[in-house]
Design a protein around this ligand. Structure first.
Ligand SMILES: [Fe+2]
Length: 371
């Protein structure tokens, strides 16, 4: 008999989803205590939203601005030190995937004795988190608000690797579509394509269950309908995009992903490609590789919703005219890329087995030539 549920189902306790919900944060955090830390990105400060948020607290929280880029081990260590000094009752992350991953790792490891890099190398030693985390995404999205995972870059080793622990899952999630309206078009495209890839890869993963497939399919259909108009500036699509990316996050958290995410980390870190853009640029070639295994899903989605996924992806890539950071580049260490890709849990969840035989050809397709 097929199991309907994942063997370990883990969900946020509370999800508040409506425009303007960010300003419910004081009520939501009051149950944890009055002393808080808000981790945010630069744009929240520049837009004035951070000041307005601080103003609604009787006891304004300490704020920590992420310096930008995908989070490094050093950035997590710096925030952990600040959290230990401040002794907050709660941590809230208001930002894109980088801000959320930074805050998730720092809050989760706040009282852990070792530097963050130690837990990336020895994940079995991660102690349970004690601080509650509230996640408020400002992009749609990585789905990080729905997962136990933080993706962190080890700048010294030139590696991007995740750390994960069940207690790192955000306790509460606020989905406030007003926060997406200031999102620039490139971020809308890259993060939206990441969400779409996550819906698609979690749908076709070998670990998918009927429960996760229902979520993946719901998210995929919503993203297929709304991504391009949202990219073109239609803010009426923001709530659908935000909710779909959260739902895709719940799905991937339980079903894992596939080869696109297996490649996005090693290629992204080498060519300094933002995660969403890396996923988008790997999507067409990986979709073609998987086609024999996923044809029934492609046919079913087309028959039910009139969505031809490969054709839609082609149309998006043309309409969005995204820069491809990989095209025409040369990988200086292909053996290491192959080793890291094959070691990834995402790669191992791909519906077509990825091997030392088919991976070099796939890389060649993505790069337009591998040396
Ligand atoms: Fe992703």
């Amino acid at each position: 008999m097929t199991d309907l549920l994942p063997s370990h189902l883990i969900l946020p306790q509370e999800v508040i989803s409506h425009a303007g919900a960010l300003f419910e944060l004081p009520n939501l955090t009051a149950r944890f205590g009055v002393n808080g830390v808000i981790v945010h990105g630069r744009s929240l400060q520049a837009s004035g939203v951070l000041d307005r948020l601080r103003d609604v607290f009787a006891n304004p929280p300490m704020c920590w601005c992420h310096s930008g880029g995908e989070p490094t081990l050093a950035a997590v260590d710096a925030l952990r030190a600040k959290i230990r000094e401040h002794r907050p009752d709660w941590v809230t992350a208001v930002g894109g995937g980088s801000v959320m991953d930074l805050a998730k790792a720092a809050a989760g490891l706040a009282d852990a004795p070792q530097p963050t890099g130690h837990y990336q190398r020895h994940p079995q030693e991660i102690p349970p988190a004690t601080l509650p985390l509230i996640a408020v995404p400002t992009t749609a999205g990585t789905g990080s608000e729905a997962t136990i995972v933080s993706v962190l870059t080890d700048a010294d080793r030139g590696l991007k690797q995740s750390i994960r622990h069940p207690t790192h899952l955000p306790r509460c999630v606020i989905l406030d579509s007003d926060l997406l309206t200031a999102c620039p078009s490139f971020t809308r495209a890259a993060s939206g394509l990441d969400a779409f890839v996550q819906a698609y890869e979690s749908l076709t993963s070998i670990h998918a269950t009927p429960f996760t497939r229902a979520l993946s399919e719901t998210a995929l259909v919503q993203l297929a309908e709304n991504l391009l108009p949202f990219y073109q500036g239609d803010n009426c699509r923001a709530a659908a995009m935000l909710q779909a990316s959260f739902i895709a996050g719940v799905a991937l958290s339980h079903a894992r992903l596939g080869i696109i995410h297996g490649l996005a980390h090693p290629l992204g870190v080498r060519f300094h490609a933002p995660h969403g853009l890396a996923c988008a640029c790997c999507l067409p070639a990986c979709l073609a590789l998987n086609r024999p295994a996923i044809q029934p899903d492609l046919d079913r989605i087309n028959a039910l919703y009139g969505i031809d996924i490969p054709q839609l992806v082609d149309e998006w890539m043309r309409a969005m005219n995204l820069p491809n950071p990989f095209q025409g580049q040369t990988i200086s260490d292909p053996e290491a890329v192959i080793r890291e890709t094959l070691a990834s849990g995402s790669t191992r969840a791909n519906p077509v087995p990825i091997t030392e035989t088919n991976l070099p050809h796939l890389l060649s397709e993505i790069m337009g030539g591998i040396s």
